[in-house]
Design a protein. Structure first.
Length: 81
């Protein structure tokens, strides 16, 4: 092999090794991002579940208050003449 071809092969091998290293780093970041996204999705789902529970509780309290308020109002059907 001539020196030029050997130098070219060495340069290509070096660049290939550097690109493989960059690819491995990018893959690691991608895996970390996927894990973070999964964790965030689980957190959002937990927050939605908690929000729904609070909404149901608020609706129950609102219903109970309205029912008690109606029970306290005097009945109009027993008006004295």
């Amino acid at each position: 092999m001539s020196d030029v071809v050997a130098a070219l092969l060495l340069a290509l091998a070096t660049e290939n090794a550097e690109l493989r290293e960059q690819l491995a780093g990018a893959q690691d970041m991608l895996v970390e991002t996927a894990i973070d996204a999964g964790n965030m999705h689980a957190l959002v789902e937990a927050m939605r579940t908690e929000r729904d529970a609070w909404r149901e509780e608020a609706e129950r309290v609102r219903y109970d208050r309205q029912r008690r308020s109606l029970e306290r109002q005097p009945s109009n059907s027993l008006v004295a003449f």
